[in-house]
Design a protein. Structure first.
Length: 684
């Protein structure tokens, strides 16, 4: 059952496409203050709280205070409160479990057993919101009904599941070519190369630098011939420059967000001074969305939308305030207090609350101050692009993912989880975040593999890719000035190649499971407790995940680890693909049809320790399930989805069946019966 309660005058966020009628009865479970800004509920001793999508910390969100306010925040650390997304859905796992979605686009805080270990205290800036209460037999049943409520998740084209190589620092065609040559020379599979801001002319959206990428259209076509897709970035801010038509048109038509005095708000982002298009206004969305056609008409079929929290390094006013404060400090002799104040000053002007309260949006006949609807900005930038694609290419899927998001954005594009660091702890964070993202509808998602900021190391990158082969968005991306991070930079090529090939080998399964999850409102990544709700120990496990219907994952996320402890809620078949070298010394080695060696071992339910060398990926097949494998190829276009080799764990059954999904990878006829077929493994 889903019940909706409306308080105050909520802004239409579009998170829920078809809203159930609002109830006038009292809101259950929570105590709500008279001003409608605070909701309190007691937590049971061992109660687990799931949800919140893109957030730090664990699968169980208990023990911290989280803020929903899309943030350009490269500090994905324990003390952080907000990341780039705002996903206000949580599930309480108690005797009668229930879920709640606060459809509120302003700032909200979820103190989940932090200030009071026995209470969940949720606060908002105003009372204006729709609150949805969902009940169900289990937390997973509640998640599924939430997913039905918010509508079908975005489905990317098949090439979006192929590996993506990215780096902030590929400045020109020659840089891209060097990377591609290395991929070919080392025989590593690849589908996509992302173009970061340097492809543009002076960071101007929808332009391409003719110096660095001459004959762009021909170049895009040449790469498509090689089955490589170039995926350009688009930033939220439009550079202020007379003669730049996007700026001129936006200015002339009043498409940019305005200050109280009616002048256009100015924010400093990569291009310098920029204006923010008012994406909440459908006319602006149409205008901005259609600008993407400049690139699609040049053959581009995928984009990443960035800096759309929106991120701002400074505003004109912020700079002025800082200047005055600096002058005030310098007008006296600098003491220790002044010294530290100066240090923090410039950082404090970025993404400042004062700036978020200084500009306005006009849509649906209302005028809203930005901070009151902040979390809808990036969402509507992505919606602008998706709506434009839908108009021009109604039968074709384009690749689209964003940095900022709100629930609802999951229908229009995927998300990547922003500027993490090359830290082992961020690999673990990536693992723990995936199921929460899926609960909130973000199926096509992933982290910057290898880490964005700081220097990676070969072992970290390899272990991270070994988890990344399961995330639908699989992208190696790194920041300017950090160590080069392509998989061929660290020696050990055989291990990197086998890891990437495993992604393509598993593609039949990954694609089938993704499509079933999208079409049937399932989670691709699930906490163990979702599949084994009666298993008290499974509820405690935070570093293993269920992946699709057949697999459990137990990634290695610690440096120098040669294996790990694993909890098996039931008997499972442990599988590892091993190197030819290892195959010579292992006993009971088996070989796939293409000669790839692997070992398998049925393991009983319970706790066990598994050995996993640096070049190995552990897989666990559930009893009565099977795993279809493909012959790896250099890209998704070359994969043959019809020749599957089946690994199964019949566990006593004579036959194991699997619902296998395939399609042409680009059209949108998802439910055609011919897309589904049953694969049968017969013991013998
Ligand atoms: C932001 C993005 C990052 C990108 C950089 C430069 O930090 O999150 O992915 O590389 O901007 O465009």
């Amino acid at each position: 059952m889903i019940a909706r309660y409306t308080f105050g005058t909520p802004v239409e966020t579009g998170a829920v496409p078809t809203k159930p009628a609002a109830l006038s009865t009292a809101l259950p479970f929570f105590e709500r203050t008279a001003d409608g800004q605070k909701y309190t509920l007691s937590l049971g001793k061992d109660e687990i709280v799931y949800g919140l999508g893109e957030q730090i910390r664990g699968i169980n969100k208990r023990g911290w205070s989280y803020t929903s306010f899309c943030a350009d925040n490269p500090h994905h650390e324990e003390g952080t409160h907000s990341l780039y997304g705002a996903h206000n859905f949580i599930v309480f796992d108690r005797e009668k479990p229930f879920g709640v979605f606060f459809d509120y686009p302003g700032e909200m805080t979820f103190d989940i057993g932090c200030s009071d270990p026995n209470a969940c205290i949720i606060t908002a800036k105003t009372p204006d919101m729709d609150v949805y209460i969902l009940d169900g037999e289990t937390p997973y049943a509640i998640v599924k009904s939430f997913r039905r409520l918010i509508g079908q998740s975005y489905i990317p084209p098949l090439f979006g599941f192929g590996f993506q190589q990215s780096r902030w620092g590929y400045k020109c065609k020659e840089d891209v070519e060097k990377v591609l040559e290395a991929y070919t020379a080392y025989d590593l599979p690849l589908d996509n190369v992302c173009l970061d801001i340097d492809y543009m002319d002076n960071y101007k959206d929808f332009t391409v630098s003719t110096d660095r990428f001459p004959d762009f259209k021909d170049y895009v076509a040449e790469k498509r011939e090689e089955n490589i897709h170039l995926i350009p970035i688009i930033d939220a801010g439009v550079k202020i420059e007379e003669g730049y038509d996007v700026y001129d048109e936006g200015k002339e038509n009043g498409y940019f967000c305005k200050k109280e005095d009616g002048t256009d708000f100015v924010a400093g982002v990569w291009p310098g001074r920029t204006h923010f298009p008012d994406f909440l206004d459908p006319t602006v969305r149409k205008w901005f969305g259609e600008k993407y056609y400049r690139l699609t008409e040049a053959g581009i079929d995928g984009f990443w939308n960035d800096m759309n929290e929106p991120a701002m390094f400074y505003s004109d006013e912020g700079l002025e305030r800082a200047k005055q404060q600096i002058q005030a400090v310098f007008s006296k002799e600098i003491d220790i207090k002044g010294f530290f104040a100066l240090g923090g000053l410039m950082n404090s002007i970025s993404n400042s609350p004062a700036d978020y309260a200084a500009f306005y949006h006009e849509f649906d006949g209302i005028r809203a101050r930005h901070d009151t609807i902040h979390n809808l900005f990036g969402y509507n930038m992505t919606k602008a692009a998706a709506e434009a694609f839908e108009r021009k290419y109604p039968d074709r899927r384009l690749l689209l993912y964003s940095r900022a998001s709100y629930i609802g954005a999951h229908r229009y594009g995927g998300i990547w989880t922003g500027d993490n660091m090359s830290w082992w702890s961020h690999l673990l964070l990536n693992i723990k975040m995936m199921p929460s993202l899926n609960m909130c509808g973000f199926l096509y998602s992933g982290a910057d593999l290898g880490g964005f900021g700081a220097d990676t190391s070969g072992d970290l990158l390899l272990r991270w890719l070994q988890f990344g082969i399961f995330t639908p968005l699989m992208r190696d991306h790194s920041a300017l000035g950090t160590l080069d991070q392509e998989p061929y930079r660290f020696g050990n090529i055989d291990a990197f190649r086998r890891t990437l090939q495993l992604r393509y080998r598993l593609m039949g399964y990954i694609y089938s499971e993704f499509m079933k999850a999208a079409l049937e409102d399932e989670c691709l990544f699930r906490p163990l407790a979702f599949d084994y709700p009666e298993d008290a120990f499974a509820k405690r496990v935070e570093d293993q995940l269920m992946f699709g219907e057949s697999l459990m994952l137990a990634p290695i996320y610690e440096q120098n680890a040669k294996g790990r402890y694993v909890y098996l809620p039931e008997d499972m078949l442990f599988i590892k693909f091993i190197s030819f070298e290892t195959a010579q010394s292992e006993r009971n080695v088996e070989y796939l049809e293409d000669g790839t060696p692997f070992v398998k071992q049925p393991l009983p339910a319970g706790h066990t320790y598994i050995d996993v060398a640096l070049d190995e990926v552990p897989l666990f097949i559930r009893p009565g399930k099977l795993l279809p494998l493909l012959r790896p190829a250099n890209n998704t276009a070359e994969l043959d989805f019809s020749s599957t080799e089946l690994l199964a764990y019949p566990h006593g059954a004579k036959e194991v069946a699997y619902r296998y999904y395939t399609d042409d990878g680009v059209s949108k006829d998802y439910s055609s019966p011919s897309n589904f077929k049953t694969l049968i493994y017969t013991k013998g």
